[in-house]
Design a protein around this ligand. Structure first.
Ligand code: A3P
Length: 303
């Protein structure tokens, strides 16, 4: 990556996807050692697409099924960051070993990944775990990545980094990219195995959160009951409020501490649709739109 390497670093391609060396080791460990269970739930995404939000919603949906009347323990989202509760497989659990200790996970085990679907090598026909994928407009993903990287590197916002990320994205060589291959792998998976792969869109979660959270609950096998729907201070609304960016980012646990060398607070920024307009030039937006249109052509997938 001649013109971008100073900013982006050295990436390696494996099975059509780009990784940093340590992540690649985690991918290999994962592929060697991971045995999915039927009740597993895997949250999947391209980085900066709304992973943290989807993790929080999934945790909150499952948590509501537990009988907590006899317990005065904190809600898990108040005692740990969403990435602590739902760890990444390839650069978390499997980073150093192909046989991590998973005994602390009770069923349903919650994991997450940024790997494209085909590299997970899940035999859906005989071991059907569930995968929820969140997709987001790539232009907002790009801007979100830029902010995140600058915060991670503890640098001022540097336009040159945005330009490098843009170039890298357009060349199809970003971390976990190409972006379009990533999206299409899960899109096709959701068509082929609709009971096992749910495809969600960040923009729809923003514009119609109640519908989307109910869709998620149905898919996970824990739909809202009529009683819940009729509750005065509705169960759906409570979950949406608990998992809102404002609520999560104001929790003490998310103001302190770090996970994967990233301060918890860096997972929360603006959470808006269309922020790319404030940072990308028209030329950049047009180029991305053209590439994406071309790459999605014939797939039936529209954004
Ligand atoms: P922005 O940088 O555009 O604000 P990920 O979790 O995949 O790393 O994605 C991070 C993006 O999701 C950031 O986008 C962040 O602000 C946004 N986000 C985090 N929590 C959110 C929430 N509860 N609701 C909506 N967006 C959220």
């Amino acid at each position: 990556l001649p013109s971008t390497k100073d900013f982006i670093g050295k990436l390696y391609n494996y099975q059509g996807c780009w990784y940093y060396p340590n992540t690649l080791q985690g991918v290999l460990n994962f592929q060697k050692g991971f045995k999915p269970q039927e009740t597993d739930i895997i949250i999947a995404s391209y980085p900066k697409s709304g992973t943290t939000w989807l993790k929080a919603l999934t945790v909150a949906l499952l948590e509501r099924l537990k009988d907590i009347s006899s317990s005065d323990a904190l809600h898990p989202l108040q005692s740990d960051n969403p990435h602590g509760i739902v760890p990444f497989l390839e650069f978390g659990l499997y980073l150093k070993s192909s046989t991590p200790d998973l005994t602390k996970f009770s069923s349903p085990r919650l994991f997450s990944t940024h790997m494209p679907l085909h590299t997970l090598q899940i035999p859906f026909e005989d071991s059907p775990c569930k995968i929820v994928y969140v997709c987001r407009d790539v232009k907002d993903v790009l801007v979100s990545q830029w902010y995140f990287r600058c915060a991670y590197l503890q640098k001022e916002l540097d336009k040159r980094l945005l330009e490098s990320l843009f170039e890298s994205l357009c060349n199809g060589v970003g971390y976990f990219g190409p972006f379009w291959e990533h999206v299409l792998s899960y899109w096709r998976g959701s068509l082929e195995y609709p009971k096992h792969v749910l495809f969600m869109r960040y923009e729809e979660m923003k514009s119609d959160p109640a519908v989307q959270v109910k869709r998620l609950a149905e898919f996970l096998g824990c739909p809202f009951t009529e009683e819940e729907e009729e509750e005065e201070s509705g169960s759906v609304d409570k979950i949406l409020e608990l998992c809102s960016l404002r609520s999560l980012s104001s929790m003490e646990i998310n103001k302190t501490g770090s996970k994967y060398d990233v301060h918890h607070s860096n997972y929360f920024r603006k959470g808006e649709v269309g922020d790319s307009k404030n940072h990308l030039t028209h030329e950049m937006e047009n180029k991305i739109n053209m590439i994406i249109e071309e790459k999605y052509k014939g797939s039936g997938f529209k954004y």
